[in-house]
Design a binder for this molecule. Structure first.
Ligand code: MRU
Length: 350
């Protein structure tokens, strides 16, 4: 079983109200490794929005801890004001970011426990549930890592995109867990990590995790991926997902779709690795997945102080949707869905 090299999100029993959510500030990586403790749900919601904590399962776990913080704070209010405060807090947490369904899933699961009085008992139950959400994520990561590695028939160099490791989950990662397990098993020999513009999760975060795990890797710019495939340097692509629709269409970091198109052209298997908490079976297809639009600074900020002396229009969708036809298999803790479509997804979730 793989273990985390770093815990990007965790609950600590320290803080003014008896506990806090500890987050590694991913905006500062890899140059600084700073952990901060959050005792206010509003600050956790802000940390999710500004990418201090990011990656679909990790923001689900952080959201669950934020709900505990909201309950702690509600308990300091007169009893007749607690429900409105708590419900409002749940809403604030749930809308921190729109695309990763794990966020709304975690808030709904936590909120479902809070039907009665909001008191110290409920707060304790919510904390237990949030810890279970993280424990489950750890177990699911390991299960997917095993399933993914077992799919590889011979040793390959693999390509990945964005960041899907310890930093992006409660445990060892989705796609990254497969890469780690594959490396341990001798199935993954080398990893090509695409830099992942605009905010470089692949170059800043995945490269950092690969180095920490001593996995040989090569970082490439996103626009080099197709030519690396054409040169037969990679034998498989593994990515994560932020929301998977009932037909297997998968939203992930913008640029994933282009990788899937290139992989199909070059006949390279394209795998999506995601836990059941990343599925949204209320959506028939990827068309309904809300795509987060982010600030233009993320694009032009790379120019530093040399920003252009003119107004520049930008388009910055943070995610795109890969149609299920381009996906060789979805690796979920419930099983491997080969050539996913509505029927096969339904069978696994039945
Ligand atoms: O904007 P981010 O960094 O939160 O986007 C993260 C991704 O797109 C990951 O690939 C996704 O969450 C995969 S699951 C670990």
């Amino acid at each position: 079983m793989l273990t985390s090299t770093v815990r990007a999100v965790q609950w600590v029993n320290e803080g003014p109200k008896g506990g806090s959510c500890r987050l590694l500030d991913q905006k500062r990586l890899p140059s600084e490794e700073n952990f901060h403790d959050y005792a206010d749900y509003r600050l956790v919601s802000k940390a999710i929005a500004d990418l201090t904590v990011r990656g679909a399962p990790a923001i689900g776990v952080a959201a669950a801890y934020a709900v505990v913080l909201a309950a702690q704070e509600a308990c300091t209010l007169p009893e007749n004001g607690r429900r409105a405060f708590f419900d409002d807090a749940l809403h604030t947490i749930a809308v921190s970011r729109p695309t990763a369904v794990n966020l709304g899933w975690a808030v709904a699961r936590m909120g479902g426990l809070a039907t009665g009085r909001i008191d110290a008992d409920l707060t304790a139950r919510l904390l237990r549930e949030a810890l279970v959400i993280q424990e489950e994520d750890i177990a699911f990561n390991n299960r997917m890592a095993r399933l993914g590695s077992d799919l590889l028939r011979e040793p390959v160099a693999a390509m990945t995109y964005c960041n899907t490791g310890d930093l992006a989950t409660g445990g060892v990662g989705t796609a990254f867990g497969v890469l780690r397990q594959g490396y341990v098993d001798g199935k993954v020999t080398h990893v090509y990590t695409c830099e992942t513009r605009p905010v470089l999760q692949g170059l800043r975060l995945t490269a950092w995790e690969l180095a920490k795990n001593k996995i040989p890797f090569t970082a490439i710019c996103d626009n080099m991926a197709a030519s690396v495939m054409r040169a037969r340097k990679v034998g498989a692509v593994f990515v994560g997902a932020d929301r998977i629709a009932a037909n297997g269409d998968a939203a992930n970091k913008v640029g994933t779709y282009a990788l899937a198109v290139a992989a199909q052209f070059h006949r390279i298997p394209f795998y999506v690795v995601a836990p059941s908490s990343s599925f949204d079976l209320t959506l028939a297809s990827g068309e309904g997945i809300p795509i987060e639009q982010r600030a233009s600074e993320e694009i032009v900020g790379v120019l530093g102080s040399n920003r252009p002396p003119y107004a520049m229009s930008t388009f910055n969708p943070s995610f795109d949707v890969t149609p299920h036809e381009l996906i060789t298999a979805i690796i979920c803790e419930k099983g491997v869905i080969v050539a996913p479509d509505t029927k096969k997804v339904e069978m696994v979730f039945r």
